[in-house]
Design a binder for this molecule. Sequence first.
Ligand SMILES: Cc1cc2nc3c(=O)[nH]c(=O)nc-3n(C[C@H](O)[C@H](O)[C@H](O)COP(=O)(O)O)c2cc1C
Length: 217
Amino acid sequence: MHVLIINGSPRVKKFSNTDKILDKFCEGLSEKGNSYLRYEISDRRQWETIRQAWDESNNILIALPLYVECIPGLLLEFLETVTPHKDDADISFILQSGFAEGCQLRCGEEYLKLMSKHLGCRYKGTLVKGDNFSIRFFEDEKRDRITTPYKRMGQIYGEEASFDSEECKAFTGPEVFPAYVRVLVGLMFKTVARKSFEKISKEWGCTKPLDYRPYGT
Ligand SMILES: Cc1cc2nc3c(=O)[nH]c(=O)nc-3n(C[C@H](O)[C@H](O)[C@H](O)COP(=O)(O)O)c2cc1C
């Protein structure tokens, strides 16, 4: 199978978590004897080339991050410029996010199903997984620990051309955390994580408190 792979993140390749996920995914895909073309919509200079590849492809995979509970605007802007297929192409998605619970990606997943129809493509499933915030902050082994499981997903997709298998569905992890984990995560955000966000924001030149609400009542 030959696959057109599009990274739908607005973040430039160097800083994109989706890009690091795709590195591992593509290893698995290649191991199963598949070939691919890979592009990033963050680089507008590639858009015309991607559109041409889109027209010629019958296996399309879009990997995207969840941005504000939804699909990145830049990806939608790009997709509005492609010519819809005529039910002659398969489309699959890798939907990944920062927060870990599967439930918060489900609305995006439903949207992708609908969007596939608008794009004239046969929907072949979405690989759903959160807990990816920190990929870009880590390197080497620490990064690999998060991204390596995507290699296996690339192998499965390489064999089945879809994400419908039970193994792909289980890849999401917990749909909702148990109550005690939610309490712990809440505490962590109010203490350790908050301190670390404050430190980062100061380093980036922020002078207002993180909960500053100039337009709040
Ligand atoms: C503007 C913005 C909005 C985001 N919104 C969400 C969100 O609603 N839910 C979530 O779980 N993660 C959210 N994230 C986290 C990203 O989905 C996550 O860090 C992802 O791995 C980023 O991939 P990328 O680096 O390829 O863009 C958001 C990140 C940004 C920058």
